[in-house]
Design a protein. Structure first.
Length: 294
């Protein structure tokens, strides 16, 4: 079925992240088990769309969201596209598949006051300085959690006020570094210099190891739980907050797109929805008919 070849292709040629490949493996092996248990089929490279359709129904009955199901079918589609590429099949059984409709969810960003409140509650210790820098870097640059984890000491260019970010599929970009962020990095580095480590990563644990995704999530949730009553508190909410606050303060959406590392403007335009309350407020405040009635 060429699963291993497919995973090698994703890693070496497409530069997919480890987490993405792990997710693809899980989806493909889950589908393989379904085909065998429900249809007595061993080779998933030789199936019809009706089998995939029955899997979709099964996933729906398990109460998986449309978004999750779409992701799993996307993994299948890429697998069959690979089989076409290496000339093992002629057509993909997913070629006529239509993605399930997904109701878009608007993530509510933190307010500026909530962010500023959080930035004043850290202790003057290694972990306190590191945690503050994690939140400051996420908010000041809008980078993703995995991108933050990958930052090395060599990626910080103080003279140019830039940070090199290693994005999805190993795409690199440079993001601006605010003077406040630069100061916080330098303050943190004085504490980091006392940690014994062979790692070049900017962010370390107290034992000198590279931090992981769960640590970043816990840091954001811990500190914002003290300042915000919002249900969702995560690194991704900080990314949304970065973009929303820039947009609300007049930044050009194309500038935000470049900093966030979006490949298309469509991905960035979600933040215009978050800006809607401000748009309504400005509209009522500035429309001539409203002004006349005051």
């Amino acid at each position: 079925m060429y699963f291993s070849n497919f995973f090698d292709y994703l890693s070496k040629e497409k530069n997919y992240s480890i987490n993405t490949i792990i997710a693809y493996k899980k989806d493909l092996y889950t589908f393989q088990n379904f085909c065998f248990e429900e249809h007595n089929i061993n080779d998933v490279s030789k199936i019809s769309y009706s089998i995939i359709r029955s899997w979709i129904i099964n996933l729906s009955e398990l109460n998986l969201s449309s978004l999750s199901i779409n992701r799993k079918i996307s993994a299948l589609s890429r697998y069959y596209d690979f089989l076409i590429k290496i000339e093992k099949i002629k057509d993909s059984p997913t070629k006529n598949h239509k993605r399930l409709k997904v109701q878009s969810k608007i993530i509510i960003p933190f307010s500026e006051d909530e962010v500023f409140t959080v930035m004043n509650v850290f202790e003057d210790t290694f972990e306190g300085k590191r945690d503050m820098l994690i939140i400051d870097t996420l908010y000041s640059t809008g980078i993703r959690r995995d991108e933050l984890i990958k930052i090395t000491l060599k990626d910080v260019f103080f003279n140019e006020n830039l940070i090199k970010v290693h994005g999805k599929r190993n795409k690199e970009r440079l993001v601006p570094m605010l003077p406040t962020l630069e100061k916080n990095i330098k303050d943190y580095l004085t504490f980091r210099s006392n940690i014994k480590s062979v790692k070049e990563n900017l962010f370390l644990t107290s034992k000198g190891l590279q931090i992981g995704p769960s640590l970043v999530y816990r840091v954001v949730k811990k500190y914002f739980s003290k300042a915000s009553t919002k249900v969702k508190k995560s690194p991704h909410v900080l990314r949304h907050s970065f973009a929303t606050h820039l947009l609300n303060n007049g930044a050009d959406i194309n500038t935000i797109k470049e900093i966030l590392g979006h490949s298309s403007l469509a991905s960035t335009q979600i933040y215009t929805k978050i800006k809607l309350p401000k748009i309504i407020s400005d509209y009522k405040k500035n429309h001539p008919r409203e002004i006349k009635n005051r």
